[in-house]
Design a protein around this ligand. Structure first.
Ligand code: FBP
Length: 521
């Protein structure tokens, strides 16, 4: 297979890593004794894993022991850098013991349940280093939840005599990893389970997990596109561009891209504005710009906006409850009571149908399938009609474009380090933990690797009509420095054309361009 010149160059890139991870024989992961008090209800569900404390790096030498056999899988949506987690893991395992073996489960958690895997070789790993996508082994959204699925996963792990499974996933996948670790311990299965924080959404965070991988690459890809569109808009001066950005419930990607590109308006879902307020705000922006002779502009919207709009939030909760027992969309709709029924009826038919689509296996609304940008455009046009203003507008949705791109140097370095750390965590017998690297805004020389019990990140949420223990999604904090800076700057962006054009991701050249970290870090 022929590959592009950039692919060839990237295969040879040597990720930068924290010094402590250079020679794994000189360090070990040790319990720090640091524990967070957990609610009684969580302790009951995780009797074996809840007492664990976090693991920190120690300068004590580690023992390679007997050769280890490790499985790895991707879970959920693609995020740039995943292949580097696997290459770091592979290199780390071989460094620890040349006979260590790595298996990749195919197509996500389904591969584990169905025992479909591939032994990963050096030659395979060498073809994906520093490249985007999850195509080495594929990914999937299967949730391991029924007793049969847990038993099947345990059968695969035992049959393969796996010492550990690394689950590379987001909040829901790591919730699943916590359950699997607990199940294995309760059933005397010797396989340990370790999670790695992946998701472009940036909503899997804690004081230790400063950023999930893939966020930086996705944000920089979208920012390039937004910058290009802004320049186009300024040149032609005839279109408003309503750009919806992926990112599920949280608006982290919109905030990051807004800071990078300075659009005329960016809606942050977490501001919890009503639909009427959002529409009036956009219409006002357009009217004000019209008065200045500017009938063009850029508006950014988060994919998860509707989950924060109070009317939608209540409607979705009601639909979710009905959908838990009834699958027929017509009947679900009919079961709605007031005021949800009237609100549902007021929505364009297409949006109504999209709201009734199946939830994902974790009970989430499939937000990427709801055309919020089209809905808002429609409502804003209606509002402007009353103000005697006509606009020409283009709706856009940037999502999949940013998930499997070449990882930025930040993501390439971060992911390779996570992979090495995973190898160390396997050797040192950690389980039920998620890998974390602190001080990510500094250079990799100053990064601090550790591993945190997943259960410490969990709380209870309604999913598919039931209270479930899950890792809570971290949404944009309206008190954060990044948000406050954005809110202040945005006032100037409304009328001025302050657009920034970040251009494409840079891999080589000036470190100011190649080594930049996410602005919201
Ligand atoms: P993860 O949470 O699994 O990382 O997926 C993130 C995401 O890209 C969301 O931003 C988006 O809403 C969703 O996946 C789309 O899912 P799908 O790939 O199934 O269409």
């Amino acid at each position: 297979m022929t590959i592009s010149r950039l692919q060839t160059k990237r295969l040879a890139y040597q990720p930068l890593i924290p010094p402590a991870l250079r020679d794994l024989s000189r360090v070990s992961l040790q319990h720090s004794g640091q524990r967070t008090a957990l609610p009684e209800a969580l302790c009951k569900i995780f009797p074996k894993t809840h007492p664990f404390s976090e693991w920190c790096l120690d300068k004590k030498s580690g023992q390679p022991g007997r050769p280890l056999k490790v499985g790895v899988l991707f879970s959920g949506g693609q995020a740039a850098g995943g292949h580097n987690v696997i290459s770091g893991l592979y290199d780390g395992l071989i460094q620890i013991h040349p006979k260590n073996q790595l298996l990749g489960f195919l197509d996500g958690p389904a591969g584990l349940v169905e025992n479909r895997y591939q032994v990963l070789t050096a030659a395979m790993i060498d073809q994906v280093r520093n490249l985007g996508g999850f195509d080495l082994i594929g990914s999937g959204r299967t949730k391991i939840e029924t007793p049969e699925q847990f038993q099947a996963a345990a059968r695969s792990a035992s049959a393969l005599q796996l010492d550990a499974i690394i689950i590379i996933g987001g909040d829901d996948s790591n919730t699943n990893a916590a359950h699997l670790a607990e199940y294995f311990l309760q059933n005397n299965i010797e396989t340990r389970v370790i999670g790695a924080p992946k998701t472009i959404d940036g909503d899997l965070r804690s004081p230790d997990i400063e950023m999930s991988f893939g966020f930086d690459s996705a944000a920089k890809t979208y920012s390039e596109l937004i910058g290009n569109i802004a320049r186009d808009a300024m040149s032609a001066k005839k279109y408003y561009h309503f750009i919806k950005l992926m990112g599920r419930s949280a608006s982290h990607l919109v905030l990051e891209c807004a800071l990078a590109t300075c659009p005329n308006l960016a809606i942050i879902g977490e501001e919890k504005q009503t639909l009427a307020h959002i529409v009036a705000n956009i219409a006002q922006l357009i009217e004000d710009r019209h008065a200045h002779g500017k009938d063009y502009g850029i508006v950014l919207l988060p994919e998860g906006l509707i989950e924060f709009i109070p009317e939608f939030k209540a409607l979705i909760a009601a639909l979710n409850l009905n959908l838990a027992d009834e699958k027929d969309p017509q009947k679900v709709q009919k079961q709605l009571t007031e005021p949800h029924r009237s609100f549902f009826a007021s929505l364009p038919e297409k949006i109504g149908q999209q709201l009734l689509l199946d939830r994902d296996p974790h009970g989430n609304v499939q937000l990427s399938k709801i055309e919020t940008e089209v809905l808002l455009l429609d409502l804003v046009k209606k509002e402007l009609k009353g103000r005697n203003i006509k606009i020409d507008a283009q709706p856009h949705f940037f999502g999949y474009e940013g998930r499997a791109c070449f990882p930025t140097n930040f993501d390439a370095n971060y992911c390779y380090s996570l992979g090495l750390l995973a190898a160390l965590a396997v050797r040192d017998h950690a389980t039920g933990v998620i890998l974390a690297i602190k001080h990510l805004s500094r250079s990799p020389a100053e990064w601090e690797p550790k591993a945190v019990p997943i259960v410490q990140l969990m709380g209870f949420e309604m999913r598919s009509g039931k209270e479930k223990p899950v890792i809570a999604k971290t949404v944009v904090d309206l008190q954060s420095r990044a948000y406050r800076l954005f809110a202040q700057e945005q006032k100037i962006w409304r009328l001025g054309d302050c657009y920034q054009m970040p251009g494409p991701i840079q891999f080589y050249g000036d470190p100011e361009l190649t080594d930049s970290v996410p602005l919201t870090l």
